[in-house]
Design a protein around this ligand. Structure first.
Ligand code: ATR
Length: 281
């Protein structure tokens, strides 16, 4: 039986077992996907024992993504780009790491907006400069946009992000928090990557009055599914992209590696996770 896992600390709220469990059942595969809580002090030992424990691989979540990057022997280009790993697998006895958050965000954006959206969307505004912002920006840099602006409460973190991810022709810049509403007015795609708007957190207070009617507003927060930012955008008639799709799509490459079948993000899977999010509230 092929076994996979999600490792984190804490990990009990992870919805990954629900996603992979759905695909295992859907494809009639004999396999398992379990939650494993490992504190940071034991993570290196855990990584070293994966093969002996009989795992094909697994997902890595907070706070272990950087330690997983440091601990793997092989890395994909995307993992190298973010210096963080969220997907592990063993190939010919070698432990490999990938970062599928980039693919997850872009696949969801493509599915939501339709292929060729870059023809209309030239400037993107990314709010936040944490790990999720890095994945979103690395994804956007794979597309021919004119400019990606990153704005963060603590501007030095945004400057550091720009320094780390900048590459020739990528047109990535940072701006101060006081420029938020002006930058929103100049962007055709606005993405919140901060924890603002998450259940139990304050909302992101973004003035959408200067935003054009063609602007798309995306949030990576998915609890609640309709964040105050997305609700405000929808009330203005703007297109919105919610955060759940990124979670669903980032799971695809891992499942394909461990279980040998490329699964699909279907409306049925989405409904299952939506019901779980709504049931937990
Ligand atoms: P993740 O890996 O999920 O992106 P993170 O690395 O902790 O999480 O990043 C959280 C992001 O949310 C950061 O950009 C953080 O801004 P700071 O760099 O200023 O800390 C942002 N954030 C968290 N709480 C915030 C708040 N109350 N107002 C504005 N930004 C906030």
């Amino acid at each position: 039986m092929t076994r996979a896992f999600v490792v984190g600390h804490p990990v009990k709220h992870s919805r990954s077992p629900l996603i992979h469990g759905y695909w295992l059942k859907h494809h009639g595969l004999v396999g398992s996907y379990e939650r494993i809580d490992v504190p940071p002090s034991d993570f290196e030992k855990f990584l070293g024992s994966l093969g002996q424990q009989g795992f094909a691989g697994g997902n890595v979540t907070i706070p272990h993504k950087e330690a997983a990057y440091a601990g793997v022997a092989g890395r994909t280009k995307r993992a190298e780009r973010l210096k963080a790993v969220n997907t592990l697998w063993i190939e010919n006895g070698v432990l490999w790491g990938d970062n599928t958050d980039i693919i997850g965000f872009m696949a969801h954006l493509d599915q939501s907006l339709g292929a060729g959206w870059e023809r209309e969307i030239r400037n993107a505004l990314v709010i936040g400069a944490g790990g999720a912002a890095r994945a979103v920006i690395a994804g956007l840099q794979e597309r021919p946009l004119d400019q990606v602006t990153v704005i963060n409460r603590t501007q030095p973190n945004a400057c550091q992000l720009v320094q780390d991810l900048e590459r020739p022709g990528s047109r990535l810049r940072s701006a101060g928090w006081d420029r938020l509403s002006t930058a929103a007015g100049q962007a055709q795609l606005i993405i919140n990557t901060t924890s603002l708007g998450m259940a139990g957190h304050p909302a992101l207070d973004l003035d959408l009055s200067r935003v054009s009617s063609e602007t798309v507003v995306a949030d990576i927060v998915y609890v609640p599914l309709k964040t105050p930012l997305l609700a405000a955008a929808a009330a203005r008639g703007l297109r919105t992209v919610d955060g759940l799709g990124m979670l669903l799509h980032q799971a695809v490459p891992g499942f394909a590696r461990w279980f040998g079948v490329t699964p699909e993000v279907t409306a049925e899977l989405r409904s299952l996770i939506v019901a779980d999010i709504e049931g937990a509230r």
